[in-house]
Every structure is written in C-alpha cells, then in structure tokens.
Write a protein that binds this ligand. Sequence first.
Ligand code: NIG
Ligand code: FE
Length: 377
Amino acid sequence: MRTVLKGMRAVFDGYTLRSGLDVAVEFGKVVEIGENLKGDEYVILEGKVLYPALVDAHTHLIYAGDRVFELKMRLTGASYLDILKEGGGIRSTVRATVEASDEELISSTLKRIEELKRRGVGAVEIKTGYGISYEQEIRLLKLIHEVSIKTDVIVVPTLLFHVPPEDGDVKGYLKEFFERYEEYAHLIKFVDVFADEGAFGPEETEMILSFYKSKGVPCRLHADEFKPFASRLAAKYGCVSADHLIHTTEENVKALAEAGVMATLCPVTGFFLREGFAPYDLLKEYGVRVALSSDHNPGTAPFLNPFITVLLAVFGYGMTPGEAFAAHTSAAADSLLLNKVGRIEPGSRALMFAMDYTPDELVYRGKVDAVVDFVEL
Ligand code: NIG
Ligand code: FE
C-alpha cells in the first residue's frame, strides 16, 4: 500500500525547508519525495508543515524527586559546583532515585517521554547516572529497557559515569564495571562520562574510554561544561560526540574538528545555570557538526520542551531556526547513530509530524506550545 501525503505548505526534510512537494510512504518507510505523486491512498495535510520526528540526543530522564530548592540557592549566590561539592546536586538526586521503587521510576520516566512526544520527539537517549553503585546503575539500565518496551518513542540507552562513588574508591568502582561488562553489554548502546571538575578527572576518563573503546562501544562525553579538558579526550578516543562545550577553547574545537567528533549542545543548561552558551560560531567555523538536545535532568535542565531548546539555540548561539531544527532532527539522529530517523528522504522511517509553523514562524512567534500531530500510517 502506497500512501501519499499531500497538501503541505512545506516539508522540512531534516536539513532544509522545501515547498510544493508530496511524500510517498510504503510499509512504514519514505519511498519518494516529489511533485504530484500518485498513490493507493492519500492523506491531506492542507496548509501544514511536515517534519521528521525530533530526536533528543542527550537526556537524564530517569530519576526521582526534583531540585526546586537548589534553584533558590543558586540564585542567591551558590554555584552548581559548590552545591555538588557539599554533597547536594547530583548526589541528592542519587539518594532520591535509590530510594524510589522501580514502578515509580518507570512511570515518571514514561510521563517525561510523553511530554517530549507532545512536542514532536520521536527518539530519545536516556542515560543512567543517578545510581552510583554497580547494582544501582545496572538497575537503571534494566529500567530504561522496561521503559523502552512500554513506549513507542525510540529509546537509546547510555551508561553514564556521572560522579565517583562517595567512598572515593573510583578504581574499585570502575573495576566492577569492567570485570562484569558481559553481564550488561546487551543493555547499552553508548557509554558517557561527566568529565569535569567535581566529577571524573582526565586520568579516570581515559581509563573508561580506553576500556569501552576496546570493547567496540561508542562513547560520548560531557565535555568542557565547566573546565575545558574533556573534549581533547573525546578527540583522542574518537568519541561520537562531545556534549555541552559551554567553556570550550579554540584549540579544543580544532581537535574535535580534526577527529570528526560531533558537538551535541544543550542550550537550556547554560541558560538555566546562567553559565552562558557554547561558541557555536567557532564550531561552525571549524566545521564541527552540531546537534541539539534537552539535557533534561533535575539539576541543570528541568524543562521538557524541544521548542524551548530551539528558541534558546537561535537566540543564544545565533543559529538560524532552520539550522536549529536540522540540529534537533538529522544531526541529533546521527549523534545517536540512528541514520533512518530525523530526516524525510527515500529509505528513512516514516516517523513524522505535522504542525502549523515553519521553523522561522515558530521561533518568531515563540510558539513553544505549538500543537504537533504525528502522522499515523
Ligand atoms: O548534563 N553535568 C552533568 N550532568 C548533568 C547534570 C546532572 C544533575 O545536576 O543532576 C548535566 O548538566
Ligand atoms: Fe547531561
């Protein structure tokens, strides 16, 4: 059965906005894009703009509790790293997460996914990182798997080395993950490290990257969010992506470009922490490919709306709205090694939504509440 989508004002194909085109779909796949296409049946999307599903390439969606109280502390002078050093921040979410039941974690994570889906997200990466013991991190991986079965949004699981254990035995902590790798290998697609001040240092990060690289697991890094050392390691170990980069340097950007590492930027985080925005102009100048993500987490990015991410990317980085949508669709999909989503082209999965606005119109009107209709075929 060949279904043709017709009547759209424009199609954003994951790269640019195109007008006057129909899209033909067969067996869940896009098979053709062109003018006046014929089909066995037609879906008329009169006056709408068609988009590929958005992809959220960096999230910490599985956790319990919130950190509303921390916002006040930060606004009255405490820094994010001060709060973390004093045993709050990530560690307070770890306490809440470890105490929460499996059911609670599954249902709150599913609710967050639904909220992202309401604004067009069709694929989402989810990191562990609020367990901080071998058992608790593996529990989170298993729960992410349960969540993935219960939603039609594509879920990409990442094992995140978030902060060292409180007893300070980093070597022992890593050793257990390395020795028992075969037990959880089937539950992860990526490994990530929060490689920064207050989290994992360069030496520990290299131990993690070299181990998982030897196992063929693709890696990504929380890099240069506060102190700029990790993106050089992302380049050295050929990570798929270096994320955040708020405080990166020209030298680091050059290293990323030379190694072909993507940058997955999280504009909500810099805005929410009042730390500023990654140097998008520099990344563009050196030819680093940029993806966008929510970084949703309870401490630095509690929003659940990809249109807010797009808006901040435009006004914070100076991206065009079209660039921001490309970064949140095709580039974000590539950052997760998902090459059949985040675009509308022959061979891609027919995971698409229609809405009233072009990228320019959505940003111009600040329509972060835009209604999105997934195309059901
Ligand atoms: O991406 N920086 C490390 N991880 C998160 C924050 C997690 C938290 O504060 O709970 C981030 O910003
Ligand atoms: Fe993050």
